[in-house]
Design a protein around this ligand. Sequence first.
Ligand code: GTP
Ligand code: MG
Length: 443
Amino acid sequence: MGKIRVYKLAEDLGLESSEVIDILNELGEEVSSHMSTVEDETADLVAEMVNEEAAEDTKTESGDDVIELETSLTVKELAEEMGEEPNSLMQELVGLGIMATINQELDEETIETVLAEYGYEVEFKTEEEEEGTSYNELVQDIDDDPEDIEERAPVVTVMGHVDHGKTTLLDAIRETNVTESEAGGITQHIGAYQVDVDGEKITFLDTPGHEAFTSLRARGAQVTDVAILIIAADDGVMPQTVEAINHAKAADVPIIVAINKVDKHNAQPERVKQELTEYELVPEEWGGNTICVPISALQKQNIDELLEMVILVSEMEELKANHDRPANGVVVEAELDKGRGPVATVLIKNGTLKIGDPIVAGLSYGTVKALVNDQGERVKKAGPAMPVGVLGFNSVPQSGDLLQVLEDEREVRKLAERRQDEKRQEDLSQKKTVTLDDLYDQI
Ligand code: GTP
Ligand code: MG
């Protein structure tokens, strides 16, 4: 007999994972996470229980059914929630004297009225439940035409303490060898690249573990859908590990723990798990919901298992973006190339960046002259979640700067110049104390 993950079972049954967990607990199964697995037999049992309950519900249908909704929904969203065709809902609205288009937002009162017609009672979700804007929610604009919204690759950031193996892990994934070419083996800045794992694209960001790079790690967390927290099993939870946990939590990003260097004779993976519990990360096998995968980045052990978890977690996030709008993105690294001038590696968050687009990022502006993908090949455009080298800036932007595309060259210059003025004023007004962090940031 096989096994099935709780969230998959929930999906099959059209339930929330938490509801399935409740039922499993009733059955005496000790599960607490949507990522836990249960035997197929148990899954069948759950399905039976759910069906019986559903049958009873229809038998005893007397009062109104209660439906829980956001306080503001479009006609299309409401129809989806109700399991009705948008067209029939629109007709119903016309009957009530409301001429609404499919993407029109409906207010609370209208939602209540129309649902009453269908025999439902509404309970609006409180603000708290709606809160928590992830990167995925941020990139989806209410003005977007739903037809332009497409799936996009997850952006995964590898975070962890200095020397715990971030770059080695990314190498193992890319099966190339960046570490050896780096000066002293220490990553000086974020790298970004996209890989293909069994036909699924995943964008990876590397972050440096060195203490001076706090701000870079914080930015990494902000553009991330999933964080891989790497911890060396011979060293355990260290200061930058804790910092990474805090960044990921603040950005509301799911964490997958990779316990690295398990090939070492002094590796203590169990101790790492113990230490993690102090930061509210309780491993699945201990009844919590933190996925922990023991790996050896150096010997390429268990990397597939880790990637599988990344894909599973990403799939649950239903990552989308609008490909058909002017791009915006984040500068992850930038340098002055002797031959090519300023080159910025930009992670496109939303939209599509094209050659000729007028761009501004921080104090720098220009027109996209060329785009280079992570393989060093020239490309004509770059869509959501794609890391791309951008040529055409008049100066080197800072990592963390947001890239915007505006109407024309005049607009981007105006914005950049205004920012430069503001910065000059600021620098003058406060005698600027330069920290080590600032110096590193300028490298
Ligand atoms: P920074 O970018 O400087 O923060 O370091 P990092 O986290 O990227 O670590 P890096 O990948 O550079 O690895 C640091 C050292 O640990 C290198 O010497 C690697 O060869 C070694 N290392 C990485 N992973 C493993 C592993 O799984 N097993 C063993 N034995 N050594 C590893
Ligand atoms: Mg590194």
